[in-house]
Design a protein. Sequence first.
Length: 73
Amino acid sequence: MPLLKLKNFPSRIFAEQAQQILECEGIPSVIFSPDVGITGTAGAAIPQGVDLYVPAEFAERAYELVFALFNGI
């Protein structure tokens, strides 16, 4: 199942919030980030950002949910 990049967030905390929203809707997702995760500071901005990926079959619904809440972030 191919993954599509849904959005790049400035910090892990935003990506994890979006991931929780998707999880509540039954949409699986994966976060890819160069930060150190749980041992780092979740609110710190990361120069490359934090990417949120979803399976291609969920992309349309995931896009609607995430961009309704996180557009402009």
